[in-house]
Design a protein around this ligand. Structure first.
Ligand SMILES: Nc1ncnc2c1ncn2[C@@H]1O[C@H](COP(=O)(O)OP(=O)(O)OP(=O)(O)O)[C@@H](O)[C@H]1O
Ligand SMILES: [Mg+2]
Length: 397
């Protein structure tokens, strides 16, 4: 992960550039500076890996800032954003001499920025390369198998076990039930995130969450009307997840059982995809199809985890046959406990440990296993498309 800073003269540009950086999902912290001389960091103060410098705040003052940063940290990577579509050669030369590495046209195109950041991340040492993926996708093999029950209770147990920040995003289609299961009256939903991308930085995202006080979970609510999905671009959901990952330690997503080829980019962000099924013929048949589909999309089988919900001992023969056919070992078996689950749903709470029943213990064990599992290393080989990939000042090149 990269550290980053935004240098801009006004709050609007600062928040726009911050949103662009956070939506790439490639940075884990973003500082904010103004270009004026009083704001210059002092020797000994930390200078991040990447600095996004808005030249609209004044070319000279901004480039002086760049020179100052390079003095403090010669390896800092400065990306200038120019309001001009085609900066004139004199400006480019001046920028280069001040240590600017890349030039982007302002307003910054997040895809170009992502390309520039990926190139910079590529040049870092191998130990620094892995993206910090926190997303655990919970997907139902088919409708009604328990994907929301698993997402809510896994999220609650993760929050309890780790005592860290856990966010649950409800992207189930056509409607999400997470708020209902937790008895939350959410003022905002994922639509407020996808519909405000130009403002979507971590501050804005945090304001969209609804806290479930008792469990510690924080929820980005789902759709309450199928029409809400109409104009949601898959790339917007990717950006929402990137920002969400920068806000928490574990990100759980209820994806329901409804997905298509456009969901591929979203699924590729996951550190783990939990496929929930019951051990009956239709669910296991569909589960097998999903596993093939995900593999055909280039999602490594090791990322997929099969959860058998509403498990009963008599399911073992069907499970053994499934494991043999698919070469996929079942990751967890969650016992059938209709009374406890219905009671929790009716109360609008996660399953409670006070019940001291096998189902709760299974969720606790699952959370403990997931909290300890590291995210796999992500391939950085794919290059992005910066508008002007200008100068390299990286000594490793
Ligand atoms: N382990 C379990 N034991 C008993 N009943 C369960 C269990 N898990 C879920 N259920 C029941 O199964 C039903 C469906 O659960 P849930 O809503 O979580 O499924 P879903 O896959 O999210 O459904 P949908 O496709 O409608 O979103 C609920 O009525 C719930 O009570
Ligand atoms: Mg559901």
């Amino acid at each position: 992960m990269l550290t980053a800073a935004v240098v801009a003269a006004d709050a609007k540009s600062t928040s726009y550039l911050r949103a662009c950086i956070e939506q790439t999902g490639l940075t884990d912290s973003v500082m904010e500076w103004a270009p004026s001389i009083e704001q210059h960091p002092q020797p000994g103060e930390s200078v991040p890996d990447i600095v996004l410098l808005d030249l609209a705040g004044g070319t000279d003052v901004s480039l002086d800032f760049a020179v100052h940063l390079r003095r403090l940290r010669p390896t800092v990577c400065i990306i200038a954003c120019s309001p001009l579509k085609q900066p004139d050669p004199d400006l480019l030369m001046q920028a280069m001499r001040s240590g600017v590495r890349e030039f982007l046209a302002h307003p910054v195109d997040p895809i170009s920025l992502e390309g520039a950041l990926k190139r910079i991340a590529d040049e870092q040492g191998p130990g620094e390369k892995s993206l910090d993926r926190k997303l655990i996708v919970v997907m139902g093999a088919k409708g009604g198998v328990g994907s929301t029950t698993v997402a809510v209770n896994l999220g609650a147990q993760l929050a309890r076990t780790t005592q860290k920040r856990v966010i649950l995003i409800d992207l189930a289609r056509p409607m999400g039930h997470v708020s209902l299961l937790l008895d939350l009256r959410s003022r905002f939903s994922f639509r407020d995130a996808t519909g405000n991308l130009e403002r979507l930085d971590s501050h804005f995202f945090n304001a969209l969450l609804t806290a479930h006080e008792k469990s510690g979970l924080e929820v980005l609510a789902g759709a309450t009307d199928p029409d809400e999905w109409e104009d949601v671009m898959p790339s917007a959901l990717v950006r929402v997840v990137n920002v969400a990952q920068s806000c928490c330690d574990h990100l759980v997503m209820d994806m329901g059982s409804n997905y298509n080829v456009h969901s591929r980019s979203l699924l590729r962000l996951a550190r783990m995809i939990m496929l929930v099924a019951e051990a009956d013929v239709p669910a296991l048949w569909t589960l097998e199809k999903h596993l093939h589909k995900l593999a055909s999309w280039g999602i490594e089988p090791e990322l997929c985890r099969v959860i058998i919900n509403r498990y009963h001992r008599s399911d073992e023969d069907a499970i053994k046959a499934f494991e043999k056919r698919t070469k996929q070992t079942v990751f967890a078996r969650l016992p059938n406990d209709f009374r406890q689950v219905s009671e929790a749903i009716n109360l609008g709470t996660p399953l409670s440990r006070n019940h001291n029943n096998p189902l709760v213990s299974n969720f606790q064990q699952l959370a403990t296993r997931l909290a300890g599992a590291a995210a796999p290393v992500v391939d950085h080989a794919k290059k992005g498309n910066t508008i002007f990939g200008l100068f390299s000042n990286n000594p490793k090149r």
